[in-house]
Every structure is written in C-alpha cells, then in structure tokens.
Design a protein around this ligand. Structure first.
Ligand code: SF4
Length: 244
C-alpha cells in the first residue's frame, strides 16, 4: 500500500522536469511546490476496536510517493514518521529519493547501520546524477538498497556500484505528453551490468517514447508497463524484503 505522509516537492535535477506529481496536481490546479503534511500521516498506527492495527503486518508500504521523504520542508515532521516506522517493524517501508545527500542529516538517533524494515531507493536518471549520488549512497548506512534509473535519460555506467549490496536496479522510461526518449539499448546495458554483478533487475516501463532497433515507438500509457514485461528481461532477486 501507499503511505504519503506529506505531499509536494520542488524540482532538483533533470529527472524532475516532467515530474508526475506536478502533472497530477496541475489537473486540479494544485500548487505542487508547497509541501504539506497529509491527513493520513498517522494511518500507520491507527487501531481497530479490538486494539490491533488497521494496517496488518507483512504489508509493503510505498512511502512518500508524492514528495521526497528527505525533502527539507518535512524536517519538522520526519522524526514522528521515523517513530511510526520504528513502531511498525512488522511492515516493510520503501522510499525513493533524489536527495540522498541529505540522508545522514535525516536519520534517527538509533538508526546505526539501518533499520531492517526500510529499503532506500536512490534515483539516478543520467550519468551525472549517478556519479554524484551513488558514492554518497554507497557510503550511507542502509540495510536494504535499490537504484532507480527512471526516467532513464541516457546510458548509465553504474561503475560497479550495482555490486555494493544493491538488491535491485529498476529501469524505466518517462511517461506523459512531454516524455523524453528512452532507448532499449540503455535498458539492456543496465541489465548487463546487473547480470555481471549478480544484482536483481526490473524493467518497469517503456515510457511514452521508446526507441528499439533504431525505430521510435509512441506507446500509450496503458501499455507502457505491459510492453516492458513482454521484453522478459527481469532478473529476479528472491531475497528482496518487499513485494512489487
Ligand atoms: S524529487 Fe521526485 S517528487 Fe520531487 S520534483 Fe523531483 S521527481 Fe517530483
């Protein structure tokens, strides 16, 4: 299930240009750049009449998918969010960030080498961001980590970083009206790096403008995930601590 404790974000790198949060909010004339705490903030610890949690144990909680968990504006709310994540050790949390350079200043005091029930995803949409973010990611104390290459904007050499305890690399093209091109060659190149380093790989979606064998395909939103699945190039990691 999705838990969005806060909503809104500001753009910080090329991958943000056609951010889906901005696209969704634009439909309702909402200002995406203003970060607000959501009403569902305390949902994780809500209980039923019999005293058990409303959200049952074992769920994967996709956290903060309409913001960035490490965004500055949420600094005042994050310690309470960590408290709930700590309380709900029976759930597995996954958040994806473009702000891994804020990670160390955002973790709780008892984090040590990381919580077992948290997976952190570091987004690298191009080589520049891979070169900047992956060394920081590698140096950060995290128990479960994945790399997100989405929207994939060019060929990316992970330079061996897929080898360092990375449980999965996820690749995908960009969707939306102004989507930039994604090439299948870039996807296959990432996959090869994962094969070589024994890392899981998931081709999540083609995006709206996809090049394969030199031909550009405009792919409808409803087909972008299924077309990626048809490629049948995923590499399973049976030890992943969360469900897709
Ligand atoms: S970090 Fe994510 S949510 Fe924030 S603007 Fe960029 S793409 Fe959007």
């Amino acid at each position: 299930m999705i838990w969005n404790p806060w909503h809104g974000c500001h753009k910080i790198s090329e991958g943000c240009r056609n951010c889906y949060v901005y696209r969704m909010d634009a439909k309702y004339e909402k200002d995406s750049s203003s970060v607000k705490r959501n009403k569902c903030f305390y949902d994780l610890i809500k209980r039923k009449r019999d005293g058990s949690y409303k959200i049952e144990k074992g769920e994967t909680i996709y956290t903060c998918f309409t913001s960035d968990f490490l965004i500055e504006e949420a600094d005042e709310w994050r310690s309470e969010a960590w408290d709930m994540i700590r309380e709900r050790r029976d759930l597995h949390f996954i958040f994806i960030t473009k702000r891994i350079d804020r990670f160390i200043e955002c973790i709780p005091e008892d984090w040590n080498e990381g919580y077992d029930n948290v997976t952190v995803g570091c987004t690298c949409e191009n080589q520049e961001m891979a070169d900047y973010r992956l060394p920081i990611f590698k140096a950060s104390p995290i128990k479960h980590r994945i790399i997100i290459c989405e929207p994939l904007l060019g060929q990316i050499d992970l330079k061996g970083y897929s080898d360092n305890g990375i449980e999965m690399v996820i690749a995908g093209g960009e969707s939306g009206e102004n989507a930039r091109i994604c090439s299948y060659d870039w996807v296959l190149n990432l996959r090869k790096q994962c094969l070589d380093s024994n890392t899981g790989f998931y081709f999540k979606q083609t995006g709206a403008r996809f090049i394969k064998d030199g031909k550009l395909y405009n792919i409808k939103r409803s087909l972008q995930h299924s077309q990626a699945k048809k490629a049948n190039i995923d590499i399973e990691n049976k030890n992943l601590p969360f469900d897709f």
